[in-house]
Design a protein around this ligand. Structure first.
Ligand code: NAD
Length: 330
């Protein structure tokens, strides 16, 4: 079984080589993103293994089918970057890793909240320059604050548990309600109520046609003055230009994002010697109350191990013509 990996980083190779040892699949790693231009690299492969910013558009999928690819194995949970209709038409199955350490992403959301609130990133730099002043580092107690959670699946539930343990009042919005968190005291409310009451808002829903630009000028207007907004889910959930206006007016008091709508041109690369032409990210970086991380929520040892193991199991099930428990289809 030949498997071509796209968007490969050294850590992908380390974890996948380790998990492949007992099975001996033939793995080929490419640093390149899967696009129209790089599709030919998949020639001779039965499976392509891809990540969040690979482009599985209609033309790419057609090309993959022409090269003999039969399976797209996503090594992530989200599948918004795959044209599922095209995959079906071309008789290519799609599998994903639906859950891998929800703690990794939920804890990263907490890290962003803690950093933005207590400004430890600024304190770190100050102390290195022998500036021991506390001016400008004032935060608030999280205890007693209202946290709004949009999306209470695997990650959202862990996040609710963490915030409840910190003494926060947690409100949730999700078309599917989960008793495990209502038992903790989390209260499901309407989106309008959640937006108007939350001191901190954290997004944990998938990106789809219903949730694209869920955070926009209108919903920002409904939020509390000075709200902290955290997005560790997908960049397309927020209209970044509207959020910039919200930051400029002070309606949004602080912003933590691990994902960005145009991240595919930036994230996972060292661009420190280049001129960034994306003025939107450049503006975001310029705000003192904005924290950006480059899609690292998933990046823990436990999560990478689970991603490699589930992907291997997905491919093995496909090879052995067993049911594909992690298949995504339309
Ligand atoms: P999940 O499928 O377990 O949960 C998603 C929840 O969102 C579900 O309960 C669903 O009912 C809810 N939902 C769907 N539409 C909604 C809407 N319109 N409003 C409110 N809720 C809605 O997914 P998960 O494993 O918890 O992951 C959540 C998201 O986190 C993924 O879609 C992915 O985009 C993102 N993610 C990010 C990273 C990272 O590294 N930053 C890693 C993994 C996942």
């Amino acid at each position: 079984m030949n498997i071509s990996f796209f968007s490969t980083q050294t850590y992908d190779k380390d974890f996948f080589d380790k998990h492949n040892q007992p099975y001996g699949f033939d793995l080929t790693y490419y640093e390149a993103k899967l696009t129209d231009d790089t599709c030919t690299l998949a020639a001779g492969a039965n499976v392509v293994c891809v990540f969040v910013n690979d482009h599985l558009s209609h033309p790419v999928i057609q090309q993959l089918a022409g090269h003999g690819v039969k399976l797209i194995a996503l090594r992530c949970a989200g599948f918004n970057n795959v044209d599922l209709k095209a995959a079906k038409e071309n008789n290519i199955k799609v599998v994903r890793v639906p859950a891998y350490s929800p703690h990794a992403v939920a804890e990263h959301a907490l890290a962003m909240i803690m950093t933005l609130n207590r400004k430890t990133h600024k304190a770190y730099n100050r102390i290195r320059e022998q500036n021991f002043s506390l001016s400008g580092l004032l935060g608030v107690d999280l205890n007693g604050k209202t946290v709004g959670v949009i999306g209470t699946g695997n990650i959202g539930q862990v996040f609710c548990t963490i915030m409840t343990a910190l003494g926060c009042r947690v409100l949730a919005y999700d078309p599917n309600q989960h008793a495990s968190i209502t038992n903790l005291g989390v209260r499901y409310v309407s989106l309008t109520e959640l937006l108007s009451q939350s001191d901190i808002l954290s997004l944990h829903c998938p990106l789809n046609e219903h949730t694209r630009y869920l955070v926009n000028a209108d919903t920002i207007n409904q939020m509390k003055q000075g709200v902290m907004l955290i997005n560790t889910s997908r960049g397309g959930l927020i209209d970044t230009k509207a959020v910039i206006e919200g930051l400029k007016s002070g309606k949004i008091g602080s912003l933590g994002i691990d994902v960005y709508e145009q991240e595919e041109n930036l994230f996972f690369q060292n661009l420190s010697e280049q001129i960034i032409v994306d003025d939107t990210i450049a503006r975001l970086v310029s705000f003192p109350n904005v924290l950006i991380t480059a899609h690292q929520g998933f990046f823990t040892y436990e999560a990478l191990s689970q991603i490699a193991e589930t992907t291997r199991a997905n491919i093995k099930a496909f090879v052995n013509q067993k049911p594909l428990v992690n298949e995504v289809s339309i």
